[in-house]
Design a protein around this ligand. Sequence first.
Ligand SMILES: [Zn+2]
Length: 205
Amino acid sequence: MLRKDDQRPGERLTLNQGLLEGVRQCPSPNQDRRPSGVVVDLLVIHNISLPPGEFGGPWIDDLFTNRLDPLGHPYFRDIKDLKVSSHLLIRRSGEIVQYVPFHRRAWHAGRSAFRGRCDCNDFSIGIELEGVDDLAFEDVQYRALMRVTRLLMEHYPGITPQRITGHSDIAPGRKTDPGPAFDWRRYHGLLAGDAPKGSSDTQPA
Ligand SMILES: [Zn+2]
């Protein structure tokens, strides 16, 4: 299987028909049309790890494609019937995996509301970071997230820095991700372009 762990940080991401070119595509059946007329104007950041706290296995792909083996781990029995997905996963290695085209509705947010507006799946894009709430995310994950976010902001101008949120913010009391270990200041700083000197991410495209 083609892995893109080695994508160069300066390499420009491109979108084609809702799909990121050059990243691994793992289409999820857990998607459908967005309601007609809806404008995509929210980005939701999540974290996920399967089994919880373990990284690198194939089980996130399996969960998002409804192929999770309930015998694989005791925890999988509880979640095997979930019908969930996200648009993207950014693994600890920085690899990006896409499950749902951006113009389609992924099933990542569940019962949720952003500034009083319910059902965030309708109008949002969901990105999962492989991780847990209380362990620092990897540098390559921040860089990959920044590159994807910039591209999405170009294509979906309704997504502004003020309209990037965490799952815990749109489903308080129910969800805790991306958790306190996710460094929002750093992320917003990268988006604004004030990355440390020497980072290729600061070079103009
Ligand atoms: Zn989440």
